[in-house]
Ligand binder design. Structure first.
Ligand SMILES: N[C@@H](CCC[C@H](N)C(=O)O)C(=O)O
Length: 264
């Protein structure tokens, strides 16, 4: 069988890393999970927590099509969303602001003058459920938030996987976030669905953590939450009126790492 050649770029947002493909000409058919999984494989492919295709769609600057590293189409990826905005700027499609379409709907984003700090508006959130002492909410992707001690030394893979595959969540899957309040910031480590391992950062995850924290403390009004993850620092700002979270922004670095070509 003839091999296919793919030009790609590699991006990372706080260590959440992605393969980025300019698919405006629709040359790449991404409906083959095995191919996607192989591209994301860190030994047999480029390697990444996921892969994104930048495509065109009417009424928006571009469309973000996101797949998890396991080859399956995914719900929203916050860090991926910030990285694709930086990629769209690099390609000359946008300047410093954009409105683009993702799987969970339209998103507005703004790039800081430095060029690699992206603020991405996330979907509004109205529902936070409790599971025992923990919180479950959807910030574009489904998240489980567990406040815990000594998060730095937690076995995130084993404990996260046990929750992700329990009877309640195994079918649809869920991302598991362990959080420790360090006073000035929240320390977060995440087990990601679709990567099926801990990642260095999860954007929809830290967004869920900041909202769950405000919900638990009944912090009404405008808030900012500083977050530390394995791959760096992120910031979440939002408004909460006691019922609904809106004007939610996920902010952090989004950097191009390298570009390349792969035959597969
Ligand atoms: N890394 C992401 C989340 C990507 C989706 C997740 N793996 C899922 O399947 O829900 C982020 O930055 O939000």
């Amino acid at each position: 069988m003839l091999k296919q050649q793919l030009s790609f770029y590699k991006y990372q947002g706080a260590g959440n890393d992605f393969i980025m493909v300019d698919n405006r000409d629709m040359a790449f058919n991404h409906h083959f999970p095995d191919k996607i999984a192989k591209l994301c494989d860190r030994r047999f492919g480029v390697g990444g927590d996921g892969i994104m295709f930048l495509e065109l769609t009417e009424g928006f600057d571009f469309k973000m099509v996101y797949y998890n590293a396991d080859g399956n189409p995914s719900s929203m990826c916050g860090n991926g969303g910030r990285c694709i905005v930086a990629f769209a700027k690099f390609l000359g499609i946008i300047d410093y602001e954009t409105n683009f379409l993702a799987v969970d709907g339209p998103h507005y984003a703004k790039i800081a003058d430095s060029g690699d700090w992206v603020s991405l508006q996330m979907i509004d959130v109205e529902q936070i459920k409790k599971d025992g002492d923990d919180f479950v909410l959807n910030t574009g992707s489904p998240h489980y938030v567990k406040f815990a001690d000594d998060v730095a030394n937690k076995n995130v893979f084993t404990e996260g996987r046990a929750i992700r595959y329990n009877n309640t969540y195994s079918k649809e899957g869920i991302n598991i976030n362990f959080v420790e309040d360090k006073n000035d910031y929240l320390l977060v480590r995440t087990y990601e669905r679709g990567v099926e391992d801990e990642t260095y950062a999860c954007g929809t995850g830290v967004t869920a953590v900041a909202l769950a924290n405000a919900y638990a403390n009944n912090t009404i009004g405008y808030s900012e939450t500083a977050i530390k993850v394995l791959g760096g620092d992120l910031n979440i700002r939002f408004n909460y009126d006691g019922k609904k979270f809106d004007h939610i922004f996920l902010e952090g670095p989004a950097k191009q790492v390298f570009k390349g070509e792969i035959a597969f």
